[in-house]
Design a protein around this ligand. Structure first.
Ligand code: FAD
Length: 304
């Protein structure tokens, strides 16, 4: 039998770094599930874990509570997402100071989506930060934080063209962003050509691919349409007929995501950001395949 295509790299796992994104839970039951996920992923020693911020600051308290629990109940380093939506700059500065007071040193700075939902027209809050670039500047003025921002391999749906889109990324970098994490995508060629465009524009921060394991294809397909991520026909074909068969769906999802990540590793990518959807299994399996593993009980790394 031929060797599997991706087993050729003897050093797989070496130098690869991952981060995990969670959303703040709404109920006690969801919180218990998130905490199980955190504890399962913790031994993988991610670079950091980030916690999202709901539209209009709607999850402000829950985001803070989740971050606090990560700080006090785990060895993980949290990054707090922040958006500009429906808040004055003073209110946002207060939130930044509160997070900093808790010991948060990493932020993910975003403009956010309009309160009316993705696709509605965005109006900056009067007296607020107009966009993510201004928010990055505010963070930079308040402390020596690690600041991540978003990037869009297929351009943001509101951007008229790539040049405008990348110009916004440049403004965020000029104001102090140190890393960009991408919207999820399924076609690695799109990511690669986007990174080339970004480099040609003189932007040299890491553009970390955002990987979304497909827990539910129908939901992902609907969401993709709204956020401008393209679902290739081959992906739809892979999940065709599996809506009522969760076990096979999960196996296919693991295979699809592992294939995507390992192809990116082959292309030289070493940093990955996983949209966990607060679930550990698919992400854990994919990390295992790229050599990110928990240490054995005797202290030796399984990847060594
Ligand atoms: P920006 O970087 O400010 O802009 C993105 C692009 O949109 C720009 O390139 C620009 O060309 C274009 N654009 C922006 N404003 C305008 C305008 N007024 N007119 C024309 N074009 C414009 N959302 C949340 O609510 N909470 C989160 O925690 C969260 N986390 C995220 C994490 C990641 C890694 C990513 C990729 C997205 C996340 N989002 C989150 C979604 C994000 O808020 C939306 O995509 C939002 O629409 C844009 O925010 P941004 O910071 O990317 O915007």
């Amino acid at each position: 039998m031929n060797q599997p295509r991706f087993s050729r790299r003897p050093d797989i796992g070496a130098g690869i770094r991952v981060s995990f994104e969670f959303f703040p839970p709404k109920t006690d039951e969801m919180e218990a599930r998130l905490w199980e996920t955190v504890k399962r992923l913790e031994p993988l020693d991610p670079h950091f874990v980030s916690v999202t911020y709901g539209a209009g600051g709607s999850t402000r308290e829950r985001t803070a509570r989740t971050i606090k629990r990560i700080l006090t109940g785990s060895t993980l380093t949290p990054a707090a997402h922040l958006t500009c939506v429906d808040a004055t700059s003073g209110e946002i500065d207060t939130v930044i100071a509160e997070f900093a007071g808790m010991g948060v040193t990493r932020f993910v700075a975003l403009r956010g989506d309009p309160g009316a939902g993705v696709g509605a027209r965005y109006h900056p809050h009067e007296g607020g930060y107009a966009n993510a670039a201004e928010l990055v500047g505010a963070l930079r003025a308040q402390g020596d934080f690690d600041i991540s921002v978003s990037a869009y391999p297929e351009k943001h749906p509101e951007s008229p063209d790539f040049a405008t889109d990348i110009e916004m990324l440049k403004r965020k970098v000029d104001n102090g962003a140190t890393r960009a994490m991408t919207q999820f995508f399924f076609d690695n060629d799109l990511y690669e050509s986007y990174v080339e465009r970004v480099r040609r524009a003189g932007i040299f921060i890491p553009i970390v691919p955002g990987i979304l394991p497909v827990h539910n294809f129908t939901q992902v397909a609907n969401f993709s349409t709204r956020c401008g991520a393209h679902v290739p026909p081959w992906l739809a074909e892979r999940f065709d007929g599996l809506q009522a068969d969760p076990q096979t769906h999960a196996l296919v999802a693991a295979a699809v995501a592992a294939e995507q990540v390992m192809d990116l590793v082959e292309r030289g990518v070493a940093d990955f950001h996983f949209y966990t959807m607060n679930r550990a299994d698919l992400v854990f399996a994919i990390c295992h395949m790229i050599g990110i593993r928990a240490p054995h009980a005797d202290g030796a790394s399984a990847a060594a």
